[in-house]
Design a protein around this ligand. Sequence first.
Ligand code: AMP
Ligand code: MN
Ligand code: MN
Ligand code: MN
Length: 276
Amino acid sequence: MNADLHCHSTASDGTLSPEALAHRAKANGVTLWALTDHDELAGQAAAQAAAADIGLAFVTGTEISVSFAGVTVHIVGLGFDPHHPGLVQGLRETRAGRDNRAKEMAAELAKVGIKGAYEGALQYVDNPELISRTHFARYIVDIGMARDTHDVFRKYLADNKPGFVPHRWAKLGDAVRWITEAGGVAVVAHPARYGLTPTIEFALMSEFKAHGGQAIEVVTGSHNVAEFAQYADLAREFDFYASRGSDFHSPEESRIDLGQLPPLPTGVKPVWELLQ
Ligand code: AMP
Ligand code: MN
Ligand code: MN
Ligand code: MN
């Protein structure tokens, strides 16, 4: 099984359409695919139709922005009913703050000499409800203020950098509930990325599980080889299922392409056992 259960389209901050991603996944040998746009389901119907056309097994997906202990954490949902009213409404509310946040980010960036960043970022946005830091990063690269998008985050957009604006996202329990009540599986995305202390990470995993969360990403484009092993251990410790996903955004920007990650470590339960 070559499952790739995490990637982004133009419905959020990816650069390829859902159809193009489906074809790319198929060409790369993916056998089970999910599109997981940030806080958004707008690409799901097109992804599902394109996957069906080419005989690629598809499950619905999204990646919900959550605030936990002052940190932004991402919760992936897989295999839910995309028309479930609670999920649809919860995602709508989560998207709602993005436009004002983007205007505040532009005001902060102007103070460090990057003018017109809101209008600039909008040129890269396909879905007006989903302006993200990634769109600002693409604009800042294109005006020559940074080498690549990673450099932009390092200089301007990461936590505590001049263009970072703290934001209140969804609550952990709400995000897990929206997913599970829609019949889906909740997954902690790229857990190594948050830089949590062991104590806060334990609290995150315990609360996630108590709310009905069932899985964590073990093999993701955001983890190194040591972290694959570390989070396989954590999955066993908490009796979580393990997920695998590239987090592919763009052929130009992403380090790992669709379907190109190593397999899950042995001895973990693959999350796709819950998705068939
Ligand atoms: P937002 O949801 O607007 O806060 O944007 C978050 C997105 O920014 C993530 O989903 C990534 O696509 C991107 N991102 C975050 N950190 C980095 C980084 N260090 N380098 C490149 N992209 C990043
Ligand atoms: Mn992203
Ligand atoms: Mn993420
Ligand atoms: Mn992602």
